[in-house]
Design a protein. Sequence first.
Length: 271
Amino acid sequence: MKVEIIFEDQDILVVNKPAGMVSNSAQSVKEPSLQDWLVEKTAQNVSDDWKELVPADFNNEYGTVEEIFKERAGLVHRLDKDTSGVMVAAKNPGSLVNLLAQFRERKTSKKYTCLAHGKFRVPQGNIIAPLGRSRTNRQKFDVSSDGRSATTEYKVIDYYPDLNDQGLEKLKEFKKNLSSYQGFSLVNCWPKTGRTHQIRVHLKHWKHPLVGDDKYVGKKRVKLDEVWCPRQFLHASQINFIHPRTGKKVSFEVELAEDLRQALSFLNKSV
């Protein structure tokens, strides 16, 4: 699976991860991951000048800088397998621990673009609800009073009241189930915390689950989604962070993935 390089220098790689690729390697993962790809990209020797990038307060509780880099192969953060979009990776040990510290201290920001079911009553605001692992399905997360705090800022970009003729044609065999299957909101989301499945669970909590999300959309609804949208409609469109070497704020943005643009073509936009 091809990984598009958006930017590269001696310290960092910014890539556009395709949907269908797992971010990190694991024994349970059989297919090639982004981390496997990074192993090859970071295999060449690097000079010792990366040491000046290590934060002064670096704590070796989880290993030396070199050990952490070897374990992670430059992987700084993750995206779900079926989420596409922009990611930053490190090319040397110093830039890795520098970027990890930025993520931990919330000095980075990310924007996601998603398509959600329904029309938001308030077009812009914050979803504030603690998240924890589901008690009934350990692979899922729920809003939970004893969970970890989580905040997602959102802004509705466009509203699509219904499917167009092309979309209805795709769903003609499900015609009897379409009476309540109308209304979709294209939304930008900025997670202020980094909880697993945060955007997906927060939007579901507000009764606006992501189109195509087979974990958090009901079975009947997701069956309809999958006819015209090939996966969960979630795309990491922008990332902002401080460059480990220059100390300057940098921003990288990628356009919506082609398969998601195609999905939008089946909808009527509100005028």
